[in-house]
Unconditional design. Structure first.
Length: 62
């Protein structure tokens, strides 16, 4: 599975970072950075949780 970020849609709320801090973080400018795009096992569940909490649907897991 992989995490897909729609960068123009992301508004930097940071809820995804709270849900999956080992997979993503906000940089100093408030831009989301994916630390890993490919996920499996427990990380896939975290990625799906991060996608669910995004208020602007900027993340999806494929």
């Amino acid at each position: 599975m992989r995490i897909v970020l729609d960068r123009p849609r992301c508004e930097g709320h940071g809820l995804c970072e709270e849900a999956a801090p080992q997979l993503m973080h906000l940089d100093d400018e408030g831009e989301l950075v994916l630390d890993r795009e490919q996920v499996d096992g427990g990380d896939a569940a975290l990625a799906q949780a991060a996608a669910r909490v995004c208020p602007v649907a900027a993340l999806r897991v494929e």
